[in-house]
Design a protein around this ligand. Structure first.
Ligand code: SF4
Length: 387
């Protein structure tokens, strides 16, 4: 039985690490041929440094670009459509050191949140009949998917399959969360294929990801041709059972790659040698109803911000110190006009109209830390939540 190969390499020298991972799979020349156009797709979810375990390590990206040039690529672009819409992809690239790497290596940069899209039909999709993909993504010969290894409060883990959400426009990203993100991500991966997945676990993150987790200096890189195989190996390394993670389970059932770990050949380090049980992304909530989230079709940005804000306040003892403290965070795109109450806090730019002249935390999505500070201000509480 032919197996799906996934390379796992631990090293402190990123260039040596990436080179070794690729060599174990047959070298970059197996994926990039002379004259081909290459898209590098990092994870640029927000303007946070790779040192926080949120965005792709620019040194890893630099090594991959150099290897792709050496293999004969004619054009290399670095592209993503950030989830931080209020900041924008190019600003995020600048703040994360990605623009600097592109300039240094002669690669272009591209914002996948803008430009024409193409509607791709999905035969027998779980939840989607069609998906809109940024057209530019469909015009490269090779796509190298470079997610960060992290936990995620909605999808449990955020790895290669999930990272491809950056190739769809913002309206489609929002729709994924409306219809069910785990099924939608599995559907997207049925029709949108990449050539190589390199999972960046140099600095990973655990806990309340994808943006507010705790960084983990992990020093591990995984690489595989099949995105599902790479994700399954990464999930196992993080201490998860891959078939218990919904979007991975769906993809296993849908036949986009291996349907069990026994179909994967691990090259380099063993899973056991690098395994570390990552803390899950489970926000804490006060048990007596002091905090409520009222969600009127918000996307994951505000859902995450609301849950993580409450979790921060709970962890600092805000609710326990005074049982009369109560908040209702209102988020979403379809908030009714006639919502009233002293405890309401409107969160996110989509709630701006209803929040006018009331307690309103702006941003798309706001940072959970800023939101927690604002709420402490409303209650005139001294002291800040632990970051
Ligand atoms: S304000 Fe919130 S709900 Fe609206 S698009 Fe931004 S993150 Fe999504």
């Amino acid at each position: 039985m032919e197996k799906y190969q996934v390379a796992v390499v631990r090293d402190n020298d990123i260039r040596a690490q990436v080179t070794k991972a690729l060599e174990l799979l047959g070298g970059m020349q197996r994926f990039v041929r002379p004259g081909q156009k290459v898209l590098m797709k990092p994870n640029l979810t927000g303007p946070a440094s790779y040192e926080k375990g949120v965005t792709t390590n620019p040194f890893l990206l630099e090594a991959l670009i150099e290897l792709a040039w050496e293999a004969g690529a004619s054009i290399i672009d670095v592209g993503d459509g950030t989830g931080s819409l209020h900041i924008g992809t190019y600003k995020v690239m600048e703040r994360c050191g990605i623009q600097r790497v592109a300039e240094k290596t002669g690669a272009g940069i591209i914002d996948l949140n803008s430009g024409p899209t193409r509607l791709i039909p999905i035969a027998n999709g779980r939840i989607l009949e069609k998906v809109k993909i940024n057209q530019a993504c469909l015009e490269y010969d090779v796509i190298i998917n470079i997610p960060v290894l992290k936990t995620h409060f909605i999808t449990e883990v955020s790895l290669g399959m999930k990272n491809l959400k950056g190739c769809i426009p913002p309206s489609e990203k929002r729709r994924f969360h409306d219809v069910g993100v785990n099924q939608a991500v599995a559907d997207l991966n049925r029709v949108f294929k990449t050539s190589l997945t390199v999972i960046d676990g140099t600095v990973a993150s655990e806990g309340l990801g994808p943006k507010e987790g705790k960084p983990v200096g992990f020093g591990v890189v995984l690489a595989g041709e099949n995105v599902l195989a790479a994700d399954m190996a990464a999930a196992a390394i993080m201490g998860f059972d891959p078939k218990k993670i919904e979007h991975i389970k769906f993809a296993m059932e849908d036949g986009i790659g291996p349907d069990g770990m026994e179909k994967i050949e691990i090259l380099g380090e063993t899973i056991q040698a690098v395994k570390r049980n990552f803390q899950r992304a489970i926000p804490s909530m006060p048990s007596n109803g002091q905090a409520v989230i009222r969600n009127f079709q918000a996307c994951s940005g505000c859902m995450g911000c609301a849950a993580i804000t409450i979790s921060r306040l709970e962890d600092m003892g805000f609710f326990a110190k005074d049982p009369r403290r109560k908040i209702e965070i209102v988020i979403g795109t379809k908030i009714p006009e006639d919502l009233f109450g002293d405890d309401l806090i409107f969160m996110g730019n989509c709630a701006g109209k209803q929040g006018k002249g009331r307690k309103f935390i702006q941003g798309c999505a706001p940072s959970a830390l800023d939101a927690a500070h604002e709420i402490l201000g409303y209650f005139q509480v001294e002291g800040l939540p632990d970051v």
